[in-house]
Write a protein of this length. Structure first.
Length: 78
């Protein structure tokens, strides 16, 4: 990956290590998304918690379409 690419900022609030481990592949995929309209990556994501196998995430993106793509990757149940 080019170092010139802006990278997605990731904040994980609780049970950090376990969540980070489980989400690592998904967050990497989300970080590689680019908005079709604006050509931008996801700016940031905050993972607030994990309940019954679902992650509660908040995204900072250029638009709704990109946010939905990113959320869909991370929100799959595990
Ligand atoms: Zn966009």
């Amino acid at each position: 990956m080019s170092t010139l690419e802006p990278t997605m900022r990731i904040t994980i609030d609780e049970r950090g290590l376990l969540i980070r481990e489980r989400l690592r592949d998904r967050l990497e995929r989300a970080a590689q998304l680019r908005c079709e309209e604006h050509g931008k990556p996801v700016a940031a994501v905050v993972i607030n918690g994990w309940e019954n196998g679902w992650f509660d995430s908040r995204w900072t993106t250029c638009c709704e379409a990109l946010e939905q793509q990113a959320a869909a990757i991370v929100k799959q149940r595990c």
